[in-house]
Design a protein around this ligand. Structure first.
Ligand SMILES: [Ca+2]
Length: 359
């Protein structure tokens, strides 16, 4: 399998940026415009946070953005600009709409701080773990799109543009952006190539001729014209290789799950034993049988497989896939059978969001 080029990754970023700038890849438009939802009346504005406490008092749990915000409410709303602020660094996460809760503030008493030290509670430097601690805010009637570096829709998304390994000087403001959501049943697409879990698996991928050297190596440009977002994951051919795909739901509800996948090199025969797919730790029973035609390196068109109904939890939910076999999926250094993963599709009446590596 050919590795993804830097050029391609750049194209992904550019294309996603273009989609966001035009109004998001989802079916409904971004509703947060600067005149109605920009949060200009929010108490934080551009004020400093002279009385804010250390990051230990800031919320790190992603389970309740609302309570997280309220716990820091005393930090916002003042216009003081005392010299003490020059000794603080961190991030201020603004909900960005009229009448919204106070921002989530995570700061330390230093002039500079690495973003990862604000979000990685383990202290191990695990960037994927840090992504898991980025808060997902809730807003009635809307779906959270992401954290951005300005209040306008055509801005850059936090998850892509913030380098966890670099220092944040002073207090950096980021802004939630939203998409109107009427609560009706709909399909939400979670692109497999956007999962931050790839970052911590950088050198664990196995392919036809060797392994991955960096996490972006997993991401392959689609040449079939059938993959969602024109990209998918390969290099999943190591026995025991496992990936999480996480999404946040604003409510507990039932839904249905599909996986869009393909195969290369050989026929693909998988089930819940050889390639377990779990939803919130429950193994999903399925059987997948997909013949391969053409040259070995031919990538078959991507198709959906129904994985059945799921019980969605309010808060974070996790889809996990594991290559649990030694059915060498071809030749070379390939070890286990695994699909090419494109995306998951969830049909439900929940407002579903996910923190991603995409811009
Ligand atoms: Ca995809």
């Amino acid at each position: 399998m050919k590795k993804t080029s830097k050029k391609f990754v750049g194209l992904i970023a550019m294309s996603m940026f273009a989609l966001i700038a035009c109004g998001q890849p989802s079916s409904t438009p971004i509703s947060s415009n600067p005149t109605t939802d920009s949060g200009t009346s929010t108490p934080s504005g551009s004020t400093s946070t002279p009385t804010s406490t250390s990051s230990s008092s800031a919320p790190t749990s992603t389970s309740s953005a609302s309570s997280a915000a309220s716990s820091t409410s005393s930090e916002a709303g003042t216009s003081s600009s005392s010299a003490a602020t020059t000794e603080e660094a961190g991030i201020r996460m603004n909900y960005n709409y009229d009448g919204c809760p106070d921002p989530i503030v995570k700061t330390v008493n230093k002039k500079r701080v690495k973003l990862i030290s604000l979000f990685d509670e383990t202290g191990t430097g695990d960037v994927s773990a840090a992504y898991r601690n980025i808060p997902v805010p809730e807003r009635p009637g809307y779906r959270f799109v992401g954290w951005f570096d300005s209040q306008t829709p055509a801005s850059l998304k936090l998850e892509k543009t913030f380098d966890f390994t670099k220092n944040l000087p002073g207090i950096t403001d980021v802004y939630a952006q939203w998409e109107a959501f009427d609560g009706t049943s709909h399909e939400t697409v979670i692109e497999c190539e956007h999962t931050p879990e790839l970052i911590s698996k950088a050198s664990q991928g196995l392919g036809y001729s060797g392994g991955t050297t960096e996490w972006m190596s997993f991401i392959i440009a689609d040449t079939t014209g059938t993959a969602s977002n024109e990209a998918f994951l390969s290099y999943l051919y190591a026995n025991g290789f496992s990936l999480d795909f996480r999404f946040y739901s604003d409510k507990a509800t039932t839904g249905s799950l599909k996986m869009r996948y393909s195969n290369e090199f050989v026929d693909l025969e998988l089930d819940q034993t050889t390639y377990p797919i779990k939803f919130n730790n429950e193994v999903i029973n399925y059987t997948l049988n997909r013949p391969h035609t053409g040259e070995p390196s031919n990538i078959m068109p991507f198709v959906d497989i129904e994985l059945g109904s799921i019980s969605i939890t309010k808060g974070w939910n996790v889809i996990n896939c594991t290559s649990a076999n030694m059915m060498a999926a071809g030749n070379g250094t390939m070890q286990a059978a695994a699909p090419l993963l494109d995306c998951f599709k969830i049909t439900s009446d929940a407002a579903i969001s996910y923190i991603s590596t995409a811009q």
